[in-house]
Design a protein. Structure first.
Length: 161
């Protein structure tokens, strides 16, 4: 015995109510997605502003370090010139052994200071390297335009489903 399928008929009003409910539900979901998108966009804008501020700060620090390095280069040039003058003075000082011994003693203490300065310079270079590494990390974390377009496409795909 084969049972016949009963055809269910709906009135036009039932169909209109059903389609109206579906449309309203869909509109609500699209509205929620839109609100989430706006919230996400605000959050991203705020984060980008924070990153920009940090980059500006680091740029200023790097600029200051560059000025310091230029100063050190100038000082090194002056020290080289002074060393040249010292060579000339040493040949003159060979006439007086006592004066030579005094000058050597002074030079030894100066070298200790220079070594101390080199240690400080090494620490400054390490700090600079760490700052550059942090800047690189921050830049890598920044969302680029291509990634943003992909996010928009995913949202559009979700909206069409």
């Amino acid at each position: 015995m084969i049972k016949g399928k009963r055809k269910i008929t709906h009135s036009d009003d039932d169909l209109k109510r059903y389609l109206g409910a579906l449309s309203e539900d869909f509109s609500d979901k699209v509205k929620v997605i839109g609100e989430q998108y706006i919230g996400l966009r605000k959050h991203l804008d705020k984060r980008f502003d924070q990153i920009d501020e940090r980059l500006d700060s680091h740029t200023e620090m790097i600029g200051g370090l560059m000025v310091d390095v230029e100063t050190v280069k100038g000082d090194v040039k002056i020290l080289k010139e002074d060393a040249s003058v010292l060579k000339t003075d040493v040949s003159t000082l060979k006439l007086d052994v006592k004066v030579l011994k005094d000058d050597v003693s002074v030079l030894k203490s100066d070298m200790k200071v220079v070594k101390g300065d080199i240690v400080i310079m090494k620490e400054d270079i390490k700090t600079t390297k760490n700052d550059v590494k942090e800047i690189k990390t921050d830049l890598k974390q920044k969302v680029d335009q291509g990634e943003f377009v992909k996010l928009e496409q995913r949202i559009l795909a979700l909206e069409t489903e």
